[in-house]
Ligand binder design. Sequence first.
Ligand SMILES: NC(=O)c1ccc[n+]([C@@H]2O[C@H](COP(=O)([O-])OP(=O)(O)OC[C@H]3O[C@@H](n4cnc5c(N)ncnc54)[C@H](OP(=O)(O)O)[C@@H]3O)[C@@H](O)[C@H]2O)c1
Length: 294
Amino acid sequence: MEGINKRYNSPYQNYYYPYYFQVRKNIINLDKRLLVSNEFSGKRALVTGGTAGIGKAIVSRLLEGGAKVMTTGRHVGNDYQNPNYVFVRSDLSTANGCSTVVNEVMSHFGGVDILVNVVGASSAPSGGFSVLTDEEWQKELNINLMAAVRVDRGLLPSMLKQGSGVIVHVSSIQRKLPLYEATLAYAAAKAALTNYSKGLSNEVGPKGIRVNSVAPGFIETTAAEALIERLSKQMESDIVTARKALMKSLGGIPIGRPGRPEEVAELVAFLVSDRALSINGSEYVIDGGTIPTT
Ligand SMILES: NC(=O)c1ccc[n+]([C@@H]2O[C@H](COP(=O)([O-])OP(=O)(O)OC[C@H]3O[C@@H](n4cnc5c(N)ncnc54)[C@H](OP(=O)(O)O)[C@@H]3O)[C@@H](O)[C@H]2O)c1
């Protein structure tokens, strides 16, 4: 007992060891509940692409924290019965779609405190560089780079005026670890997004606005689950084998599983919170260790 208590050197060190851990766990849970319930109250947030996958988890997390949250999608919004939730239907791959969202943010919220650019996708055909026409390149650049550039440009003036705000760009580990078969243009656009994010942080950081990027690895969203299911049918195997095959195609995931949307949302919630006030111009990789080098 004595050895254990010495090792943990805590205010509970005279208590019985499992009891100490139970008390500590309760305190952590209490802290978490307090943070979740009010850390974003009074904040106005825009999360692009928040009706599915990572974006949906971020919307939920910010709503739980008390923020007012607007999100976008081309189809239907989430079924939240929350007065703090606003959905705007818009296609962010076009300049007009981005203007619509910026206008809606300004008319509903009068500005924004938190901007999370989640929208991104790849629809290019497989077949490597030779099948990527100018049109295909432009499509990938529009949704993976220009959507964020346009929405930022529309909303930054109000952030600059208030002298505060925080922006997160969701890129991908493909910006460092590009695959070429079907996602070469996507990877290049994400690399541009990361570079743009860093440059922007240098420009607006001194004016009170923090800008960071988050680079997820394989995250098991509904779309990814559907892909695994398709793969399992193609391979005539079960889901577990198909998931393993997909992970192997990335060179493996050291933690042994893909990430979860909620885990990315937790990282984003931290970055946009006041707990991260000195974090600016950084990239956070969340990939279970997929990228083999630092
Ligand atoms: N999942 C992963 O493994 C992974 C890995 C690395 C990076 N990422 C990045 O993480 C972000 C989210 O990915 P995800 O897998 O969570 O996506 P997802 O599940 O496919 O969800 C995409 C969201 O964006 C919306 N959206 C898509 N295209 C849009 C458009 N043109 N205009 C407006 N809204 C649009 C979708 O709604 P509608 O369909 O209704 O438009 C939906 O709300 C992306 O930037 C992606 O590149 C994902």
